[in-house]
Design a protein around this ligand. Structure first.
Ligand code: GTP
Ligand code: MG
Length: 542
């Protein structure tokens, strides 16, 4: 996605400048141009790509013939091929227009630039055309402050005092641990890998009855509010007398029956697991019950706020996982930081591991990969290919040895070589396969990794809850030292395949109490994002 575009003459005069927000083009293009010109690149046109350490990748293209410099900023995570292709389009379109203007004008040089600038101010269509934003809930935030705004850590602490059924009902660990992911920015503009085998990508009007006393009596069919325009909430409000509820008395249980049925249907439609949808409904009921809708507040906004609050309570636990800081701390005591990737078969563990390796490399973190899937034929070779492409070392011992021992040896090797992180790939296993779950628990038990990262598919529905609960149970039950080892964080893969059915994110956090650390959204090494929880919430409300 294009974030900013500037065109300069090599005299330094800006001919055209546009940016999508104040943060774009943070690195002064002049600095780039100075460097560029001082370095004396006077040869033919070429492109220079620079990974901005903040939030974007800058491409600079110099047209020596016309002494023009094109600077384009692309959103962090835009695949290299895509940004090069966009840069080429920008360059070709703009150059033709500018050169045409230059040829026609008789004005002095500096005036020419000003004149061109004014004439080019109507270039937004080109810019709009080049802006193809990714889904907002995947928007990468380089320094991802998830605990902020209306719901901060303090607010959360006071929220805990509320008598919400969710917190007692759920075995989630919200009260003693939570998350706010703060991941330092890094451009993962490394090499792209060849495409993997791509699985298929995609994956009543009702009579308006005025009744401002008994919302529960409204004849709303939950399924009906899921079709049509606008958010489910807006549609629900249009098709029932819900909106007409006035604040003469506080809300009762029977007022909410109908609306909560619609809320549940909407959550299921978004692929939220049934038990998680029930939790949202219970939390929302607890918020609304006994409340009075003020004259200035609409019922719709009251409900929206209550649902939003419930979603935040689930998706925003308290504790931060600042991976880079944790790795730095481990580095300070000369200990490799160990991450184990676990999950059921084929969810994308090895692919995600490679993406994380790429992300770490871009953060100047050295990596050793350990091939501990000694079960599935071809698993070691698959990982070897990734490692060769990423140019990271691989510790492998074929298919004979115990994976727990291979992991142990890999950690020792990383320590000897002074490497920062060991990424351990494990074999996929179904959550009910006891022998395999026992073996996984042994690996974790022996190696005490710093982070147990559960990889789950975005496509999964109710199954998400079962997977996480049983993996967590196995880690505890089979732990020989009786420790309470649990999944520490979640990586959701294949987010690119689900449109707006993002409910698995909610279900997984609800089922485990662990934060979503990353989201995989494609089949290149760069397709790794830090989720934006606020946008996830808005998508669930839409
Ligand atoms: N579209 C899409 N495909 C993905 C993503 N992540 C992984 N895949 C694909 O999912 C398939 C399985 O990926 P693997 O990494 O081999 O999965 P795994 O969990 O290691 O599989 P096992 O080792 O057999 O358990 C491959 O075809 C990947 O390309 C993603 O984020 N988006
Ligand atoms: Mg694998």
């Amino acid at each position: 996605m294009l974030q900013g575009l500037s065109i300069f003459h090599n005299t330094g005069l800006a001919i055209f400048s546009w940016r999508s927000d104040d943060d774009a083009l943070k690195n002064s293009p002049n600095t780039l141009i100075d460097t560029f010109l001082i370095e004396g690149h006077t040869g033919p046109s070429f492109t220079f790509a620079k990974s901005d350490k903040n939030s974007s990748t800058t491409h600079l293209r110099y047209d020596a013939e016309h002494a023009l410099v094109f600077v384009a900023d692309f959103a962090y995570g835009t695949p290299l091929e895509r940004s090069l292709e966009l840069m080429e389009t920008v360059y070709n379109e703009c150059k033709t227009k500018i050169v045409d203007q230059l040829a026609r004008t008789q004005e002095k040089h500096s005036d020419t630039c000003v004149s061109i600038a004014s004439r080019l101010s109507g270039w937004r269509p080109l810019v709009d055309q080049l802006q193809t934003p990714p889904p907002t809930y995947l928007h990468h935030q380089p320094t991802c402050q998830l605990v902020e705004g209306e719901y901060d850590v303090k607010a959360r602490a006071s929220d805990e005092a509320d008598d919400f059924p969710s917190l007692s009902e759920s075995k989630s660990r919200y009260t003693d641990r939570g998350f706010a992911v703060r991941v330092n920015s890094a451009a993962t503009e490394k090499k792209s890998f060849q495409k993997f085998d791509r699985s298929p990508a995609k994956f009543a009007h009702m009579q308006h009855k005025r009744n401002d006393k008994q919302l529960g009596e409204c004849s709303g069919d939950p399924a009906a509010s899921l079709n049509g325009n606008g958010s489910w909430l807006a549609r629900f409000s249009r098709t029932t007398s819900f909106q007409n509820f006035t604040g003469r008395r506080s809300l009762r249980d029977d007022d909410l029956t109908n609306v909560l049925a619609h809320l549940k249907a909407a959550m299921l439609q978004k692929n939220v697991a049934s038990s998680s949808a029930d939790l949202i409904c219970n939390m929302t009921r607890a918020t609304l019950l006994g409340s009075t809708i003020s004259a200035t507040e609409t019922m719709q906004s009251a409900l929206r706020n209550a649902v939003r609050r419930s979603l935040r309570r689930i998706l925003m636990p308290v504790e931060e996982i600042d991976l880079i800081s944790r790795i730095s701390a481990a580095r300070a005591i000369k200990k490799p930081y160990v991450i184990v990737f676990i999950g059921v078969n084929g969810v994308g563990k090895s692919t995600s591991l490679s993406k994380v390796a790429n992300w770490l490399l871009a953060n100047n973190v050295s990596v050793l990969v350990s091939a501990c899937d000694t079960f599935r034929a071809g698993a070691v070779e698959q990982l070897r290919t990734h490692c060769q492409r990423l140019e990271v070392p691989l510790y492998e011992r074929g298919y004979q040895k115990d994976p727990a021992v291979i992991a142990q040896e890999a950690v020792m090797q990383a320590k000897r070589q002074g490497l920062d992180v060991v990424l351990i790939d494990t074999a996929g296993r179904m959550q009910d396969n006891e022998p395999l779950m026992r073996a996984l628990s042994k690996l974790i038990d022996i190696n005490s990794p710093d982070l147990v990262l559960f990889v789950g598919e975005a496509l999964v529905g109710n199954e998400a809850v079962d997977q996480l609960e049983k993996f967590n149970a196995a880690l505890q039950d089979f732990d020989r030292k009786g420790r309470k080892r649990l999944i520490d964080a979640i990586l959701i893969s294949k987010f690119d395949t689900i449109d707006d059915k993002i409910g698995a994110a909610l279900s997984m956090v609800h089922a485990s109490g662990a934060p979503i650390l990353f989201v995989g959204c494609g089949q290149t090494y760069q397709d790794l994002r830090v989720p934006n929880v606020e946008n996830l919430i808005e998508s669930l409300l839409s």
